[in-house]
Design a protein around this ligand. Structure first.
Ligand SMILES: [Zn+2]
Ligand SMILES: [Zn+2]
Ligand SMILES: [Zn+2]
Ligand SMILES: [Zn+2]
Length: 462
């Protein structure tokens, strides 16, 4: 069509090398002909386990299929190609493409543009995501209507799991055609840029806040049930499509008196479940932010200006230490940085040692009583914490250690909020250590009381 791109080349099946016939798009983002997609056994048909027909596919697993409907966008593109461009049954040489007359270029372009436009936002599709029902939308658009209705807005079929939509690769073929058309000037460049939580700025303006009853820390997984219609409305109003976090987010602040808190956490939505009238939202904390000001937009929406807090890496820590002696030369500065890094790692290590200490079996004589009490604080406790909050981080990642320990230890919302608003990592680690010191005495007393109580019950039963 033009020297900038090769439309026909884009519509070739990566498996058989011919123009696509009844194209289907897999979750790895590749499009193949239906007949090039082998379904070998009934077991594989059920479990979505199959060998991808794309030789260079690097996806470890495919999220849905093999029962996929025809990719309607790609089908229409191949139909256009067959109708307007002659001799297209074989991959054409570049000269053949150049020979194609200008008229058919315009005809094709006019017919192609609506196909590359997202039905949801009416812009050229961004990060095209193709559902198993064969319809393609922008990635952020499909995530949005997964939450809204749980249906494809074109055919009303149910959508796959939210986590699958998140993990799905963009439709490579459509992404390439969109890019080629944009480079050729036939399609407008994407004006669709997420205005909030974009990838460039830490300073954010006019972001809707999500007021939560819980302090959620970075790295923490949390399940938000949304019940009542007004709650649902508030939730929808505070949803933020974000390019920075590549999905839908909430800017969550703890409901604290008399005004909203000064610090909050960006929550990334990683799971959505529709259960009758309840919406279950799985979120994970990503970054903290510091509020500058906020105002009520309407009854259900608070909008705020805030700064996303950039987490200092271990190497940058020395600047956070008050009263540290000025380093006169480069070597001195480097030495000072190394000391601070070491100190931070040491703090993280003592937190991890404390958690290991809590998870040790008690030194009670082995027996049935011990196995019951160990569940409160011993190895079972640590195992359940790991399954809830992920594996214990390494001491070389003090930031992760601090958040992980805070989620695992039994501390109040007030304490968690204090941690959230403490900026320097060393101060945060020291705060966690101060909790540990309080807990240690209390905890061991509780544990011996519990063991004592159990042993009395057992004696009475004998
Ligand atoms: Zn094929
Ligand atoms: Zn694949
Ligand atoms: Zn869209
Ligand atoms: Zn559909």
């Amino acid at each position: 069509m033009t020297d900038r791109f090769n439309f026909t080349q884009s519509l070739i099946c990566v498996a058989c090398g011919d123009i696509l016939v009844d194209p289907i798009t897999l979750s790895c983002g590749y499009t193949v002909c239906s007949h090039c997609f082998p379904v070998s056994s009934p077991i594989s048909a059920k479990k979505a386990v199959f060998r991808c027909p794309v030789p260079h596919c690097e996806s470890p697993k495919h999220l849905f299929g093999p029962e996929l409907l025809v990719d309607t966008t790609v089908l229409e593109l191949t139909n256009l190609l067959r109708n307007y461009l002659p001799n297209c049954s074989l991959p054409p040489s570049p000269c053949e493409e150049m020979d194609t007359n200008k008229n058919s270029i315009n005809l094709v372009a006019n017919a192609v543009i609506p196909l590359l436009t997202c039905r949801s936002c009416s812009s050229p599709v961004v990060e095209p995501t193709t559902t198993p029902c064969g319809h393609t939308f922008c990635r952020l658009c499909v995530l949005q209507f997964k939450i809204d209705t749980d249906q494809c807005i074109t055919c009303y079929r149910p959508l796959p799991k939210f986590s699958n939509l998140l993990a799905q690769a963009p439709n490579h073929l459509i992404a390439r055609v969109v890019k080629d058309f944009q480079l050729s000037g036939l399609l407008p460049c994407n004006t669709f840029q997420t205005p909030l939580l974009d990838s460039i700025n830490l300073q954010q303006y006019n972001v809707p806040l999500f007021i939560s009853g819980t302090v959620i820390l970075p790295g923490q997984s949390f399940r938000l049930p949304i019940y009542a219609p007004n709650h649902l409305r508030t939730f929808r109003n505070s949803l933020i499509p974000s390019s920075r976090y590549n999905g839908l987010c909430l800017a969550s602040v703890h409901r604290s008196r008399p005004q909203v808190a000064q610090f909050g956490t960006i929550l990334q939505i990683i799971g959505v479940e529709h259960r009758n009238d309840t919406l279950i939202i799985d979120v994970v904390g990503v970054d903290r932010f510091k509020l500058e000001n906020h105002e009520e937009q309407d009854e259900t929406t608070l909008a705020a200006n805030f700064e996303i807090l950039h987490e200092a890496s271990i190497r940058q820590l020395s600047i956070e230490i008050p009263n540290s002696p000025p380093a006169n030369d480069h070597l001195g500065l480097q030495k000072q940085q190394e000391q601070v890094s070491q100190y931070t790692v040491d703090l993280a290590e003592s937190i991890l040692q404390f958690i290991h200490h809590l998870s040790k079996q008690s030194n009670m004589p082995a027996g049935s009583l011990h196995t019951q009490t160990a569940g409160l604080l011993g190895p079972l406790w640590l195992e359940s914490m790991k399954s809830l909050h992920g594996p214990m981080p390494s001491k070389l990642n003090p930031t992760a250690v601090c958040w992980w320990a805070a989620v695992v230890l039994p501390v109040s919302h007030t304490d968690l909020y204090l941690l959230l608003r403490t900026v320097p990592i060393i101060d945060r680690l020291e705060l966690v250590i101060s909790w540990m010191q309080n807990l240690q005495s209390q905890w061991e007393r509780c544990r011996s009381t519990a063991i004592h109580a159990f042993s009395q019950v057992a004696q009475q039963q004998q």
